[in-house]
Design a protein around this ligand. Structure first.
Ligand code: MG
Length: 236
């Protein structure tokens, strides 16, 4: 078959599967959302941690999370990370965290924790203020996949924010993977710009394989790291 004929056939096939837009259709009015205070949570978010209790969480190795609660935040404790009881697919996530104000260790041993979407894909938490490590393992990296665009770490002990837009990778019954994506703002600054998320979980992820839904996981990496104001908006 001639190339031109092939091109026409693929064009015609594309037309057949894309529904024609109705030029007269009125766009749906977006729902009203109260953004709440600066940093949220907005009125349509699921609040996962508001500083008062750990009722939305379970321990990695125990039913009850063993992290320390106090002063409007929670802090990692040895003995594993914590999972949300709810599971999510695509989402907008807000997390605030702080590494210890008293600096101990260096490289990967300074204020290390992590935010794992679906318990599988890690955005690294690390004190990278005057602390060098490998770029795709530094603060805000999609761990071992992609370094952040910039290092926008605040000083040790200061509160920092992650705003993460996550689209989960998908798998067909035949095993073909459609990549998802990470877009991340650290302290309001873009550090991951629509980076593909394949089906391979991060090294040391507590959950392996792929799943349609998975819990949010916050890592215990043996360093005391605090978290507060955690909320999520599922995007379906
Ligand atoms: Mg980590």
């Amino acid at each position: 078959m001639k190339l031109a004929a092939l091109a026409f056939l693929s064009w015609a096939a594309a037309l057949a599967v894309v529904p024609a837009a109705d030029p007269g259709a009125k766009p749906q009015e977006p729902p009203v959302v109260d953004p709440g205070p600066v940093g949220g949570p907005p009125s349509d978010a699921i609040v996962l941690f508001d500083g008062k209790d750990l009722s939305q969480w379970r321990g990695e190795r125990s039913a009850e999370p063993r992290w320390q609660l106090g002063d409007g935040c929670m802090e990692t404790r040895p003995g594993g990370g914590i999972f949300t009881k709810q599971e999510f697919t695509n989402c907008q996530l807000h997390v605030e965290w702080a590494s210890p104000s008293v600096v101990k260790g260096d490289g990967q041993g300074r204020g290390n924790s992590g935010v794992y979407l679906q318990g599988r894909y890690e955005i690294q938490v690390l004190d990278c203020y005057n602390n060098k490590t490998y770029p795709n393992g530094q603060c805000g990296a999609f761990y071992l996949h992609n370094a952040p665009l910039v290092n926008v770490c605040r000083k040790p002990g200061e509160w920092q924010s992650y705003d993460i837009i996550f689209h989960a990778p998908r798998q067909t019954p035949e095993g073909k993977v459609t990549p998802g994506s990470f877009t991340v703002l650290h302290n309001g600054v873009l550090i991951q710009d629509h980076i593909p998320v394949g089906g391979e979980p991060t090294t040391a992820a507590p959950l392996q394989g792929m799943a349609e839904k998975g819990p949010l996981y916050l890592q215990d990496h043996g360093n005391p790291v605090r978290f507060r104001n955690v909320w999520i908006r599922p995007l379906e």
